[in-house]
Design a protein around this ligand. Structure first.
Ligand code: NAP
Length: 237
């Protein structure tokens, strides 16, 4: 098992929802954190009262590649190392098979797929250097199965799973391990308007954070390629 001491983890979309829960759990466990958000000031809640020497708040805009490079550079400049990247920021918009909405589809590709790929490319040299780098892509159960006709989000999350497998191969020899984390409904802002399931039946963000904690602690010899998390009796993938 790998201890948190001194390890530096980047988390995108750390200002709310799953990203915020992950940040809180990892901080408590002893990790140093580099938190990314479109509006870094929104990270104040996440890092309120935390030791400033253990936390960096930076701008991360999925649709601005320069912000990806700047964030990674600022992280390595500040801590001198990088051990993990959690590609968490994401959006869900309605794009069905029959209703054309290319703008929404393009936005989801940009935020859910192209930005995690760009972050992976930018972070990989540093993750390779530490010998036990970790990348966790917060994909979705919608990246493993298609529910109804809502195809756009699913397409991007299937792609996020593909990215995870390709990353696992790319980094393997240098100790980088990558996981596609695939939860069903999680109780966050993203699911606030879901009518098919009550919020109190959804996965808690804190449960997802515990899984991230475990994934980060596993040794190089215990790689989990996909972690599928159900909150109802879906067919097992
Ligand atoms: N909730 C679920 O049921 C569920 C299930 C499976 C997977 N997921 C995935 O889990 C991840 C986190 O979702 P969540 O439920 O925590 O959603 P959320 O509460 O809506 O939070 C989304 C996060 O992504 C950030 N974000 C959105 N667009 C961005 C952009 N262009 N640039 C930078 N950051 C951006 C948001 O920042 P702002 O505050 O600036 O908007 C926010 O921090 C997503 O990838 C989502 O697809 C969610």
């Amino acid at each position: 098992m790998l201890a948190p001491d001194g390890r530096v983890i980047m988390i995108s979309g750390a200002n709310r929802g799953i990203g915020l829960a992950v940040a809180q759990t990892l901080y408590t466990a002893g990790y140093n954190l580099s938190l990314g958000a479109r509006n870094p000031a929104a990270l104040a809640e996440a890092s309120d009262g935390w030791a400033t020497e253990r936390v960096l708040a930076a701008r991360y805009d999925a649709e601005d590649k320069q912000s990806h490079r700047d964030w990674v550079t600022a992280t390595v400049d500040r801590f001198g190392r990088l051990d993990g990247l959690i590609n968490n920021a994401g959006i869900a918009e309605d794009v069905s098979v029959e209703d054309e909405n290319d703008e929404a589809l393009d936005r989801m590709w940009a935020v859910n797929v192209k930005a995690p790929l760009s972050m992976t490319r930018t972070a990989l040299p540093h993750l390779r250097r530490c010998g036990a780098g970790r990348i966790i892509n917060v994909a979705s159960l919608a990246g493993k199965a298609v529910y109804g006709s809502g195809v756009g989000y699913s397409m991007t999350k299937f792609a996020a799973v593909a990215l995870s497998h390709a990353t696992r191969h790319a980094g393997w020899e240098d100790g980088v391990r990558c996981t596609a984390l695939c939860p069903g409904y999680v109780a966050t802002d993203m699911t606030a308007n879901v009518e098919t399931m009550a919020t109190n039946q959804m996965i808690e963000p804190d449960d997802i954070a515990e899984m991230v904690l475990t994934l980060l602690a596993l040794s190089n010899k215990a790689s989990i390629a996909e972690l599928v998390v159900n909150c109802r009796a879906d067919v097992m993938m």
